[in-house]
Design a protein around this ligand. Sequence first.
Ligand code: DOR
Ligand code: ZN
Length: 350
Amino acid sequence: MSQMLTITRPDDWHLHLRDVNDGRLQTVVNDTAKVMGRAIVMPNLKPAIVTVAQASSYRDRILSLLPAGSKFEPLMTLYLTDKTSPSEIKLAKESGFVKAVKYYPAGATTNSEDGVTDIKKVYPALEEMQSLGIPLLVHGEVVDPSVDVFDREAVFIDRVLQPLILDLSEMKVVVEHVTTREAVQFVIDASDNIGATITVQHLLYNRNAMLVGGIRPHFYCLPVLKRDIHQEALIAAATSGNKKFFLGSDSAPHFLTLKENSCGCAGCYTAMAAIELYATAFEKAGAIDKLEGFASFYGADFYGLPRNTDKITLERSATPRQLPRSIPCGRDNFIVPFPQETDIYWKLVG
Ligand code: DOR
Ligand code: ZN
């Protein structure tokens, strides 16, 4: 007997779409537009999307690749640099399509070289964002080489985030891809203008999946998977019905050869089955009834956007399927959908 689950169409509040040059944009747009109503599109391209003009042409490239009749809406972001001016922030607000600004500490992750070297340098831009109500999306990890990679998020909260929200107490902030119980607690304790996204890989796995029996590069993302107590805190937060926590997959496609490499890059390509994987995580926690709020309501509410009104249907089949070993992308490249060799019981059917 199969079980059906119908929920309001979800949105993805943290997504990497990449660009047309190497074929990844088309692949990711296809996988995303099948199910998501909207997505917050990350700006960490090469070169980074630092101006509204760049965001506008990137948006046009995305829209031009949408399947006919698709209503998918890309919500654009700007990449914050030491040089971002308050006037660019004003333009972002006026554009209507730039919905947030992304803060990467320089050197923290993929294509973050042009990120912020010292948060104090960007206060004029942040003050403008605060007054215009533009959310700051934070990659919350310190880059201090003396800090252990597993502690970088917790240290970031103490050193950067706590002081920041004291200085700019009205600013909307999304702590992206929270991975620790410290981050979960920080968000719970903070005011209602602080929210957080949670990825599905951090709900389904902990660092054992990446490191036991060999190094599994497809489980490597940033912030890195943590130990089980943190995974449990994330599951509890996501399934709690607390409106501060919402879906942001951080799906990040990298080519197979760059993941299966002596220096494999960070990112899990979850877009191929994102909502099915979230359903799996919520079902495992005995909280499938909490999926709709997390996936379809709370993110829109946080951003002050209308909730989607149409529905999607998932079927839980008695016969599981597995994702393909790889999918062709562009001319000679492949992407490995995440997770491999895992039975998936949920499937999008409508
Ligand atoms: O794992 C990650 N991949 N984390 C990030 O912060 C960036 C992303 C990417 O762009 O590949
Ligand atoms: Zn990301």
